[in-house]
Design a binder for this molecule. Structure first.
Ligand SMILES: [Zn+2]
Ligand SMILES: [Zn+2]
Ligand SMILES: [Zn+2]
Ligand SMILES: [Zn+2]
Length: 398
């Protein structure tokens, strides 16, 4: 399912079209490519090996997993020097000889491990959960071992999350869809690929997950989650129009499903507004946010990350709008300064959102300075108060 291109010519095949090798299920665009791949592409030598591994998807998953583990261990090499795995107590894995990783919130000497050991633990944890028929929270926490550290309870990130995504997919790729493990495994893989910024690879995984869920008749809630992930992947790939139309679908889907004031609807709203902003639909972004910010303030509170993000996007869409008046700019500056102040207090100076908002504030300030100079030259007016507010926005530097 993750192999969506012809093995010989790399033409895109989508999720179900094409021709398969009768023995190993390797996919081709047609008989010509299949024949050529057998005679000249080395498939005559590989076919038996692929079949023995469990077919083309399994073979590919195993291969991608091995590569991803090496990449993750390499990325963590400096951090893990001289350490040992908290699971098997060795520096090098006894069987695979892979190095250690650590990309979570563990500090000091805690949390160093081999991806293989983490994967083995997750596999056992899920198998036990199945055996004991766990559901709800208890099932999710077991399944969560595939992407969450059991020591610090924070999600893994970057290359480690990606390697665990391949580990999860490799473990359940051969299961039938109805068993309920294959589709969630695809989700773990998609999240891992996105987190490590392999957006091109994440896209077919997201699309396949959505197609499978539709086929299995999954609930509206779970379809909306995949659509939202897919929209993010589109956006990362710069396919903004596709991202925007999915964001719109997800937002209105949430409104219909749980109402305007629900936390998940507000989360969808801020994503939708951010995409509108990215596509320079400033007025539309503001109209949406004027409607949803009061709800977020009421339901989630002034300090919640969603509320803060909404206010940030609102202010940015005011500043960036060529049609903005002086009053708009004044409002934008006040809102941004206020949001940055709350974010720093609530989330701490090193939180990604705070770093991000302070970066935009600096950029915005430079733009506003130039804009105010130009405005002042054209029509002398009261820009002093805006200047003052603007200079006070980012503490410490100018
Ligand atoms: Zn082909
Ligand atoms: Zn074959
Ligand atoms: Zn280990
Ligand atoms: Zn940890």
């Amino acid at each position: 399912m993750i192999l969506v291109r012809c093995a010989a010519c790399a033409a895109p095949l989508g999720l179900s079209s094409g021709k398969k090798c009768g023995r190993c299920s390797t996919r081709y665009c047609g008989p010509a490519c299949q024949e050529q791949h057998w005679k000249e592409g080395g498939h005559d030598k590989l076919c038996r090996k692929i079949k023995k591994a469990g077919g083309a998807e399994q073979f590919n998953a195993n291969h991608c997993y091995t590569v991803a583990v090496a990449v993750a261990a390499e990325a963590c090499a400096d951090d893990t020097k001289g350490q040992t795995c908290y699971i098997c107590t060795q520096a090098l894995h006894w069987k695979t000889k892979e190095g250690l990783v650590r990309m979570c919130a563990c500090r000091g000497t805690a949390g160093f491990a081999h991806v293989s050991c983490l994967a083995e633990q997750a596999k056992i944890s899920v198998a036990e959960a199945l055996e004991n028929n766990l559901d709800g929270e208890r099932w999710s926490s077991r399944w969560g071992r595939w992407d969450t550290c059991s020591l610090c309870e924070q999600e893994y990130h970057g290359d480690v999350r990606c390697a665990l995504g391949w580990a999860c997919w490799k473990t359940y790729v051969g299961r039938s869809e109805r068993e309920g493990l294959r589709v969630p495994a695809m989700n773990v893989l998609g999240n891992g690929l996105d987190d490590a910024r392999y957006y091109e690879d994440a896209l077919p995984v997201r699309e396949a997950e959505l197609a499978m869920k539709r086929r299995l008749g999954a609930g509206e809630d779970s379809i909306l989650v995949v659509q939202s992930n897919l929209a993010s992947t589109y956006q990362f790939l710069g396919r903004r129009e596709e991202a925007l139309s999915l964001r719109r679908v997800v937002y209105s889907g949430r409104v219909n499903l749980v109402g305007e004031d629900h936390r998940s609807t507000l989360g969808a709203a801020v994503n939708y507004a951010s995409t509108l902003f990215a596509l320079e639909h400033y007025a539309e972004a503001r109209a949406l946010l004027r409607q949803t910010i009061p709800a977020a303030q009421r339901v989630l509170g002034e300090n919640h990350e969603i509320t803060l993000k909404m206010r940030k996007v609102y202010a940015q869409s005011l500043c960036c709008d060529p049609a903005a008046t002086l009053d708009d700019l004044r409002e934008a500056v006040t809102t941004l300064g206020d949001t940055a102040r709350i974010a720093r207090r609530v989330l701490g100076g090193s939180h990604p959102f705070v770093v991000d908002i302070e970066r935009s504030l600096r950029g915005l300030r430079a733009e506003l300075r130039a804009d105010l100079d130009a405005r002042e030259a054209l029509e002398p007016g009261d820009v002093t108060s805006i200047r003052e507010a603007m200079e006070a926005m980012v503490p410490g530097d100018a």
